[in-house]
Every structure is written in structure tokens, then in C-alpha cells.
Design a protein around this ligand. Structure first.
Ligand SMILES: [Zn+2]
Length: 261
């Protein structure tokens, strides 16, 4: 689609009033949205309209799709897009939703460079060479409703999509300038090394130690903590918090109702 028409169509979609039912669903199922400044909430609702118009949802494993499912997932995905000139996850076409944990056959990582053959139960995944993102609905909903535990599979998988936009799966989404790339590499590189060390010694940290797997997982896990444990992240990993705040152009630690560090 030509950019001019795409932009015009998206602007029209964003200006369309959000159905009351959607707003109620978002406020009930994605309570982190209630912490957003009013203008951000309006921006989010506009993004949700575009997202739902452009992405194809598919129910898998017998799941019957409802507006509740689509809107709950879209609102979380779109929270990562606020305040940026976004192309709405351009590499992503379809969101496949299973009712619950689903099983993927084949090789999977156990961590520490060890791989195992066999079935792996998953809550969600996406890959740069697929135009799809897969989610387990119970985890997508549970993660949305528990807003202070640092775990959110939808934020996690969509952070991977942002990472893919730069062309590589390396934990670096597209940034504004060379200076920003340099400070991102410096800060996230040293934080990643620190998480690897903490993970080896079993020391607890704000970041889930799954992030020690590789830089791409680190960015996805850091995104979950940024939105769901922001005050702790800011207190204990200030430089990382600042990089994420600059990228997401949001300051969740300052939102009313955010749990203190
Ligand atoms: Zn991941």
C-alpha cells in the first residue's frame, strides 16, 4: 500500500470512536492502562483500532475468538507503540491464539547452551522469519491482569517484534541516532553480562533470568520489567531504565499506582 494512503487510512482509524465495550474490556483486562495519563489512553485506543483493522487473528486448538480476546491482546501490544512514529509491527501479519499452553515439537533450548529434543510447552513465541506471533490466551490474560509481577507474555513477544524491525534479532530495536545505538549497546551489553553472572550464581534480580539466554531475550525480559516492575528497575538498574524510557518514550515508574521499589 502506498505510504500516503496507508497514513491517511490509519489516521482515520485512530480518529474512529472506540466502542464502549472495548474500553470496558481494556480497563478490566489490562488494568495497567488505568495508570496511563488520559492523553496516552486516548492514543492507545487509537492504536488499537489500527492494530485490529490490520492484523489477522486466528483461534487455534479449538479456541473461538471473541472481541475480548482480540482487544485484550491488541491493547497490550499497542502500549509498546505510544509516542513513536510507528509502523504497527510491519513484519507481523497474524496472531494465532491457543486457549492455553500449547506444545511445539522439535528441538528447544534448556538454557546454558543445552538443547533437548521433544515437545516443549509454550505460552507464546514469535520468530523473525515468520509473519506470525503465537500466544496462549490464559497466559495473555493472566499476564495482563497481574500488573506488578514483571511477567507479561504479550509485552515479551511484541518486544521481539520491535527487535526484528531493525533487521537483526539482536536485542536492539530501531533507534534514533548513532549516539543512541552506542549508549544502548554499552548499557544493555553490561546489564546482560551482569544478568548472566547473577543467573550463574543464582542471585535474585528484578530481571527474569531467562533474559540471560541471549541479548534478544534480554530486551524482551527487560521490557516486561520496565512496564511491570518499573520502580524497582529504576532503583536497581537506573541506566537500563533510562535506555528503555528513551526508547519507549514512557516513564512507568512515575505513573500513579505503580508499586514502589
Ligand atoms: Zn522470548
Amino acid at each position: 500500500m502506498f505510504t500516503f494512503f496507508k497514513k491517511r487510512r490509519r489516521a482515520r482509524l485512530r480518529a474512529t470512536p472506540t466502542p464502549d465495550g472495548w474500553q470496558r474490556t481494556i480497563e478490566r483486562n489490562v488494568p495497567i492502562v488505568r495508570r496511563l495519563p488520559l492523553a496516552d489512553r486516548q492514543e492507545l485506543f487509537g492504536h488499537v483500532q489500527v492494530f485490529l483493522a490490520e492484523k489477522h487473528f486466528e483461534g487455534c486448538g479449538g479456541l473461538e475468538l471473541t472481541d475480548e480476546i482480540r482487544v485484550t491482546i491488541a491493547a497490550q501490544a499497542c502500549l509498546l507503540l505510544l509516542h513513536r512514529d510507528t509502523d504497527y509491527y510491519p513484519r507481523l501479519t497474524s496472531i494465532l491464539v491457543y486457549p492455553s499452553t500449547y506444545v511445539v515439537p522439535g528441538e528447544h533450548a534448556l538454557g546454558g547452551g543445552v538443547w533437548e529434543e521433544g515437545d516443549e510447552p509454550l505460552l507464546g513465541h514469535t520468530q523473525s522469519n515468520l509473519s506470525a506471533l503465537v500466544l496462549a490466551w490464559d497466559s495473555a490474560l493472566g499476564g495482563a491482569r497481574a500488573i506488578d509481577d514483571g511477567e507479561n507474555v504479550v509485552f515479551h513477544e511484541f518486544a521481539h517484534q520491535l527487535d526484528f524491525e531493525s533487521g537483526d534479532t539482536d536485542g536492539t530495536p530501531p533507534l534514533e541516532s548513532n549516539a543512541r545505538y552506542a549508549s544502548w549497546a554499552r548499557v544493555l551489553g553490561s546489564e546482560f553480562d551482569a544478568l548472566r553472572r547473577a543467573s550463574e550464581t543464582g542471585s535474585p534480580t528484578v530481571l527474569d533470568d531467562y533474559g540471560a539466554e541471549n541479548p534478544a531475550e534480554f530486551f524482551a525480559v527487560a521490557t516486561e520489567a520496565f512496564f511491570e516492575r518499573p520502580a524497582e528497575l529504576r532503583a536497581k538498574h537506573a541506566a537500563l531504565y533510562d535506555e528503555l524510557r528513551a526508547f519507549y518514550r514512557q516513564d512507568p515508574a512515575a505513573w500513579p499506582g505503580t508499586s514502589p521499589a
